[in-house]
Design a binder for this molecule. Sequence first.
Ligand SMILES: [Zn+2]
Length: 286
Amino acid sequence: MNCKFCNHKDCNIIKDIISPHNLLKYCLYACERCGSFFFDKEQHPVSLDLLYYDLSQTRGEFPEEFVPSRSWQKQVQTIKKLFGGNPSSVLDMGCRTGDFLMHFDKSTECEGIELSKHFAGIAEKRGIKVHDDFLEKIEFTQSYDVVTLFAVMEHLESSLDFLNKLNTLVKEGGILVIMIPTHQSFKRKWLDFTGKTWHMYSPPEHLNFYSRQFLDKYLSEKGFNLVHRFYTSGGMVTPFPQIKLLNIILKKLVNLFDHSWFNRFPVFDHMYSYYQLESSNNQVEF
Ligand SMILES: [Zn+2]
């Protein structure tokens, strides 16, 4: 199998993973050249439209009422700091109900992309312009100060075609934020070591696990410079679900870790990368 990212020949199968969605067995490939992992969606052809329709029906209720969140506030502060002020336009790909976009100032023009009609409807009611189609199919007519992709890239079928478009979507000096699950985290390696399956291995929903080296190099060839990176748990740490008190204490400790200086080390699996298009490449200190 050729690497779907760098086209290296003869990628090895390192594991078989049973899909939690359709219970079929998928081969997990690893590329020794670019360090990425991936699944081949064509191993069991299924309709992603149907899969995402089903998932949007089963993944809980999202309230219509907007409630500010501390983590999104922090995210917006980070973006403003890196951008050097208040952005005039933001595009959030996979915006759900628009919760993240709602944390920007009223003067910021906010747009989102969301496949679920239900979520898109809520975001539109909140005054956000929403495109409800697959990212690859949308013809964009403008560029933005900030483009964000939180938990999107791992889902895409033709992710490189999409990456190729990003430098036309972000304005010069603008910020691109990508959050992906990283297989290079200690958490994933520890789960493998103890014989457990990392929950992010969920084909055909999650297909791509880019190495940070590949992502940085690929985007740098498109003019994006890495300006900031950190790792968090995404709040997804429940090693002892039966022992409530222990779980509460652990969650608090992990939350502290997520927001401390230590988050620059890949202990947990949510990797946040911030790139600036044609920037002066000055790293902002946090
Ligand atoms: Zn590769």
